[in-house]
Ligand binder design. Sequence first.
Ligand code: FES
Length: 77
Amino acid sequence: MNRVYVCSCFGITEQQVKKHAEDGACTPRQIASACKAGTDCGSCVRRIQALLGRGACPRRELADQGKPMLTDLADAA
Ligand code: FES
């Protein structure tokens, strides 16, 4: 199995992020509340965002119009 880690702080793989995205997590913040990815050093948030961007989540547009993701992260932490 080809494991690509997105978040090394919590050992979260691309697969896991995609799974959470399928389950309805459309923003890095929602991914963070689902599996904590992005809540430690924060360096993976961009990668998570890129992964979400590639997915077909209709609600992502709304998130893009919202506040900066860093604000979201601070809220989630
Ligand atoms: S790599 Fe994800 S929080 Fe540090």
